[in-house]
Structures are given as C-alpha cells and as structure tokens.
Design a protein around this ligand. Structure first.
Ligand SMILES: Cc1cc2nc3c(=O)[nH]c(=O)nc-3n(C[C@H](O)[C@H](O)[C@H](O)COP(=O)(O)OP(=O)(O)OC[C@H]3O[C@@H](n4cnc5c(N)ncnc54)[C@H](O)[C@@H]3O)c2cc1C
Length: 481
C-alpha cells in the first residue's frame, strides 16, 4: 500500500471523534482556527514521503518487504536507532524546532511492547505477542498516526491506584466480556491524540496484585465511542507571523483523555490483569521514549544558539567577553546532548532481537538537558535584552502614524536594520519569553518523565558493586570485619 499524503492524513481526522476545546465541541479539528494549525503541523510528518529532500530518509521497507514510513521499521541495530534519531530531528526541524509527535511516541511503545509481550506469551501462553505484532503491521501498512496515553491523572501521588479516594484516578478495566473489555478513567497530558488514528494506552507505573484492574494496555481508534478529548488552550499563539513567527503556524495540542466506558476488542488488548508485567511495560516504553526525547531536542538547541549569535551581532556585542562565554556554554550544552544521544544509540543493548538505546546514557542526556534548560534560556534572554518583551507590534509598524518611528529607532549594529532586528527578537520572544516559551520550559522538565524519574533510572542502572569493590580495594578494607 502507498504511504498516505498529508491531505489523506488530514481527511481521515474528520471521523466524528469527540473533541472539546475552550468549552465547545469541535466537529472538525482540521477546520478549527487553533487546532487546525496543530493538525497542519502534524501533517508535516506525512509530507516527508512526497518530498524529494526527505523521501530517502522517510521511506523504507519493513521486514515483509512492504514500503513503510521509517518510524515503523523494527529497530535491530545501532544504525536503525541513529536513522530514527535523524528522522525525529528532521521532522522537528521542519516544524521549526517544535516536535511533530504524531508517530514518535507510538513507535516508542511498539518495540517496548514487542519485548514484554514476547516474555508474556512464553510464560503465560496467551496471544499477547501475536496481537502486538498484528497491531504493528496494521499501523505500519496503513501508515497510521498514533497518540499514546500513559500518564494517569493519579490523584494523590503518594498512593497507588487501589488506595486512591477515587477508583478512576488510574484507567482500569470495569468489565470483561466475551469479545473484549470495557475501560474507564482518565489520562492527563496526552499529546496530539486528536490528530491521531489510533490511541495506545499503557500503565504509568509498577503495580501490585491488588491493582489487577489497573494493569491494562490496549489500542483503540481515536473515534471510539466513549473516548473523549478535552484539549488544553495553552499556547494558542497569536495569528501574526510577524509578531509570533513560529507559534502562529505551529502547535501541538495536549488533552485530558477520558475513557467513559470504552469498549476494546480482545485483539487490541496487550495486557489485562497481569500486574507483574505492568512495570516492565511502563519502563520499557520509557527506555525508548527518552531516546526520542533527546533526539528531538537538537533542532531546538540549534535554534537557541542561532538566536543568541544573531542577537549578539544585532546588538553589536558579539566580541564582548561575557557574551563569548555565554555562547560557548550554549554550544557545550548542545554538543553534550548531541554526543550523549549518539552514544546512547551506539552503546545500545539487545532484547528479544531488538536494539534498545543505552538506558543510563539516555537518561543522563535527558536529565542534563532538562536541568540546564532554563539556565540556557536565561543566556539568550540576557544577550537579546528587554526589547524581547517591550517591542512594538506588527500593527504599529503598519500604522502610517508610527511606522517611521518603528523603522527609525530600533536598529542595532550597522547593517542590522530595525525590522530585521524586530523580526529576530520576535522569534526569540516566541520561543524563549512567551506562553509558547513557557510551554517549552514545562515540556523540558516534565515531558518524558519528571527529573526525579531520570535520576532514579540512572542510579538503578549503574553497577555500584564494581565501583564499591574498587574503592574498598584502594582503601585496603578488610572484607572480614
Ligand atoms: C508538554 C507535555 C506533553 C506530554 N505528553 C504526554 C503524552 O503524550 N503521553 C503521556 O502519557 N504523558 C505525557 N506527558 C506527561 C509526562 O510524562 C508527565 O508530565 C510526567 O511524567 C510527570 O507527571 P505529572 O505531570 O503528573 O507530574 P507529577 O508526577 O505530579 O510530578 C510533580 C512533582 O511530584 C513529584 N512526585 C510525583 N510522585 C511522587 C512520589 N510518589 N513521591 C515523591 N515525589 C513525587 C515529581 O517528582 C515532581 O517533582 C506530557 C507532559 C508534558 C508537560
């Protein structure tokens, strides 16, 4: 089957799915002024297959010899992981440094679930692995987009699902029927499901035996009855490409995702009650998902450095010692994230025949990126100056009464005219000093898991025995006392 075009992708979203935005039901997400912008941003992914510059990267064959999008390729080697990284970075770059996220997160689930369901099928003699692989073939051969809902609304964070005041703070199975299951509850922060064909669901934590109803993983079409999406209004962006050069054209949309007794047929169920596999599935997904996270940061860091360098030139301060120091810190930040991402692919491990990015290196990269992001934003803001938030608007530039003043007074170093300087500062504000910028700061810290989650993974993955033995040996510790 041929890969879908961007138009075919958009047309398929007009399927009666239940979407709410700013208090209203949205009949067609592609036609909505805000959400339509996000839909077209997602369509970037589908435009790659038709674009001569990107086709070689985006189009490949799967193990059945069928033409598929690169994202669906089964990762067997470090080379596959590096190509995936390139695909994520290039689609993000085409989205002006905003991740597209319409296949990335779903294809983080597929290999992780492949590994876990293989063990389940061997140990439980249940057909989970067959179902998962059939689903993988279905999405690959039909070139479908996927959202993924892992993060439950969670209620009291100190309690597990069963001990919560409300039984639906974690998504759970409320009925088992001959043909399938019925699920209820809600997931938070789901990115772009309103632009996806399929929604994948999995637990967000390890569970104990009391939590059997919450040990559930499945996939449903995004127009399934009872599935409701309440989209966040955050970062709607302005409409002027002059004032908001990126956010007026690019957007992703996160939802509160409600499962109001949604029926899931058995052939779409990948976990149902087997609590001991919930943690492995949750963590296995995250092992791939954090590699995706560090892969899509690079275009953003390139933009950050480019903005800082141009702002320094516009202001005539590019030779100042403090500016050179800040620029070198920004470059070192970018290069550290890049090098760790490449190392995580090269030092991958193999599980059930699949390449898994090196977990420790991946988590160090994600944590390093997230912990330093705000400090790096500060450097760009510092170099640019206050005009980032005080500049006149496009309307003032267009007004004959003020046009002359805007053009006359806001120039910088010789050759850097007022309008170019304004355009540059508008880009910097859009990304690093606006609600869109705030979105990126939150995304840096929380998306793909909060800071503590990475620290825990780094500690857990490190071989403490070897270094303790080395230190004990150097200290001549007596093993008998
Ligand atoms: C922009 C964005 C997009 C996202 N997209 C998706 C998506 O597509 N799909 C998806 O499933 N998820 C998505 N997420 C969710 C993301 O993975 C979560 O935000 C992240 O796991 C943190 O969960 P939380 O937001 O509920 O915060 P919390 O878990 O409530 O964390 C808040 C604070 O509480 C701390 N904390 C939490 N539990 C405990 C505890 N038991 N003990 C001590 N401290 C604790 C945390 O360390 C943190 O400091 C997205 C998030 C963002 C911001």
């Amino acid at each position: 089957m041929a890969l879908r075009t961007a138009d075919q992708f958009l047309a398929a979203l007009r399927d009666g799915r239940t979407v709410y935005y700013k208090g209203e039901r949205v009949a067609d997400v592609t036609a909505h002024p805000d959400l339509g912008r996000a839909a077209r941003h997602c369509a970037i992914d589908y435009s790659f297959a038709d674009d001569p510059h990107h086709r070689t990267l985006a189009v490949t064959e799967d193990e059945h010899g069928v033409t598929v999008n690169r994202f669906y390729r089964v990762p067997r080697t470090a080379g596959d992981l590096l190509k995936r990284r390139e695909m994520i970075a290039e689609t993000t770059r085409a989205g002006r440094a905003l991740i597209v996220l319409i296949r990335e997160i779903g294809t983080d689930f597929l290999p992780a679930a492949h590994i876990v369901t293989k063990a389940m099928q061997e140990q439980l003699e249940a057909p989970y692995h067959e179902r998962l692989n059939a689903f993988w073939t279905h999405v690959a051969h039909n070139d479908l987009a996927m959202g993924l809902a892992q993060t439950d609304v969670k209620g009291d964070r100190s309690l597990g699902p069963t001990d919560q005041e409300h039984p639906d703070y974690y998504v759970r199975v409320v009925d088992r029927q001959k043909d399938g299951i019925v699920v209820r509850g809600a997931k938070a922060h789901t990115t772009n499901p309103i632009f996806a064909d399929e929604l994948i669901v999995l637990p967000c934590r390890a569970l104990d035996e009391r939590d059997a109803a919450y040990a559930v993983s499945f996939a449903v079409p995004c127009n399934a009855p009872g599935l409701k999406f309440i989209a966040s209004p955050f970062s709607g962006g302005g409409t002027s490409p002059f004032d908001h050069p990126v956010s007026s054209r690019h957007k992703i949309a996160d939802t509160l995702t409600v499962f109001d007794d949604v029926f899931v047929p058995w052939d779409r169920v990948f976990l149902c009650g087997e609590t001991r596999y919930a943690g492995a599935l949750a963590l296995g997904f995250v092992e791939y998902h954090r590699f995706t996270a560090i892969s899509y940061k690079l275009p953003l860091l390139d933009l950050m450095i480019g903005c800082a360098m141009l702002a320094a030139e516009a202001n005539g301060i590019e030779k100042a010692a403090h500016v050179r120091e800040k620029l070198s810190r920004l470059i070192a930040y970018r290069e550290t994230v890049r090098a760790l991402t490449v190392a995580a692919a090269h030092e991958c491990t193999t599980k059930a025949g699949l390449a898994v990015p090196n977990t420790t290196v991946t988590n160090i990269a994600k944590q390093y990126f997230a912990e330093n992001y705000h400090a790096m934003v500060q450097k760009v803001q510092d170099i640019a100056g206050g005009l980032l938030v005080t500049a006149p608007s496009e309307a003032d530039w267009k007004n004959p009464e003020t046009k002359h003043y805007v053009e006359q007074y806001l120039g910088g170093k010789k050759g850097f005219g007022s309008i170019n300087r304004l355009k540059l500062f508008n880009l910097i504000r859009d990304y690093f000093a606006s609600d869109f910028g705030g979105y990126h700061e939150l995304l840096a810290i929380h998306a793909e898991g909060s800071l503590e989650a990475q620290k825990i993974t780094i500690l857990r993955g490190f071989d403490g025995g070897a270094v303790k033995a080395f230190a004990a040996d150097c200290a001549n510790l007596d093993p008998r006392s």
